[in-house]
Design a protein around this ligand. Structure first.
Ligand SMILES: Nc1ncnc2c1ncn2[C@@H]1O[C@H](COP(=O)(O)OP(=O)(O)OP(=O)(O)O)[C@@H](O)[C@H]1O
Ligand SMILES: Nc1ncnc2c1ncn2[C@@H]1O[C@H](COP(=O)(O)OP(=O)(O)OP(=O)(O)O)[C@@H](O)[C@H]1O
Ligand SMILES: [Mg+2]
Ligand SMILES: [Mg+2]
Lengths: 228, 228
């Protein structure tokens, strides 16, 4: 369902070139739960920006459902991001002036849901991540782990087919972190959602079908769950 | 060196009252390495805001070096935050328009260091956290874990006597996370720096003198390192 072909991403800074990604080849299957692991700065978030069509590679191609993302129109990319891909950002990217509920239901407006439908669905999602008593809080009125969970709930707003989870449990304790992983795994198993998760969290290992190790912008190795 | 006496923090939201802290009594000793653990939303960051004099309790008192923080003048509090307390924020709070080096050296300006002294010291601190090749990057040009490490380096800018580390390894992989913990522990042992760390990271357990468990805004129990 997702394929990257020799993806390179370079950032030019003055006379220097930072090679965030240096030739990444990956094929990710429909319904797979894939975890991407690697040191800080190894390229995980950059790769997610490529897969989520938030940024373009310097070289190489990204294919979603067989379509090259560089050939897509703006409205096709908008459709992808609204309906197909749910993105949990490493730094959450919540809107400061909107409540938890408003942040979660915002994508639903673009999907055409009514106010009643949005609020009902938004409350259910926040309840799923343990925030039913925080729905009217602004991000500044939430703890770090609570903001993270709002970001998780928002990513699921439009029932995406692919979830890009960038460090979804970084600010969560053992118990709540395990709950979030279980939630994501259930979507993966019950609704065949493809999950691509960048993480430092070893709790993610036992729910993953494959583990991809990345270092210095290249894939070092890929292991199946039984090899771990 | 730090004492909280029946500290309560309530947030009023419409007709509701959120009790973020509900009577916290803690005594923390000079040179101690204390880890604060508890579920997401249990009050760790709020307690840090009280100890770091960034916010006032609704009830109760905070004492730093025997002085009640509510009795301090604005300039006394500014002095505390400049020279005595180094704060690693859970969401880093870096300035977007400044490079990593500028962010780290900013507190040094208030401590009266010259440009030359600041740049030398700032580069050394960034090297300590593994970012010597990222000193001119803006926060948006850094990975999540790199931003976290800039926040760590900045907290150490003025050789603080007390380090408040709010989830300092949340976005770091095992290896770099361990390096940061080792760095903080070395300060603790070699320079008698008091470390108060809020964390979900079990790697923090073996370097801590005591572990404080917090839940729903109250301290549930305190254990010594040999009891774990
Ligand atoms: N806009 C940019 N300009 C220059 N360099 C950048 C930019 N964005 C990212 N980088 C660099 O690219 C590398 C990869 O960054 P990326 O955010 O993908 O890492 P990561 O694997 O997600 O790390 P972490 O685990 O810390 O989140 C890093 O070394 C970073 O400094
Ligand atoms: N400004 C505010 N207004 C209302 N409620 C708040 C405010 N700030 C924090 N809270 C609430 O106070 C509680 C404690 O928050 P705090 O940030 O201290 O938790 P934490 O232990 O640091 O959690 P985490 O591990 O997720 O970072 C949370 O339930 C949060 O929703
Ligand atoms: Mg990242
Ligand atoms: Mg917190």
């Amino acid at each position: 369902i997702v394929k990257t072909d020799q993806v390179v991403k370079e950032y030019r800074m003055g006379n220097n070139v930072v090679k965030a990604l240096n030739g990444v080849n990956l094929e990710i299957y429909q319904g797979e739960y894939l975890s991407l692991m690697g040191p800080s700065g190894s390229g995980k978030s950059t790769l997610f920006n490529m897969i989520g069509a938030l940024d373009r590679p310097t070289k190489g191609s990204v294919f979603i459902d067989g379509q090259n993302t560089s050939g897509l129109t703006t409205s096709q990319i908008a459709w992808l991001r609204c309906h197909k891909i749910g993105y949990i950002f490493q730094s959450y990217n919540l809107l400061h002036v909107m409540t938890a509920l408003e942040n979660v239901t915002l994508p639903m407006i673009f999907a055409g849901l009514s106010v009643k439908e949005r609020n009902k669905k938004g409350e259910e999602l926040l309840e799923l991540v343990g925030l039913d008593d925080r729905i009217y809080h602004l991000p500044d009125e939430l703890s770090g782990g609570q903001r993270q969970r709002v970001a998780v709930a928002r990513a699921l707003a439009n029932d995406p087919n692919i979830v890009l989870a960038d460090e979804p449990t970084a600010n969560l304790d053992m118990i709540i972190g395990r709950e979030i992983i279980t939630l994501i795994k259930r979507l993966n198993q019950e609704k065949n959602v493809t999950v691509i998760s960048a993480t430092h969290d070893l709790k993610m290992l036992d729910v993953s079908d494959r583990i991809v190790d990345i270092r210095d912008g290249v894939v070092e190795r890929i292991r199946n769950r039984d090899e771990i």
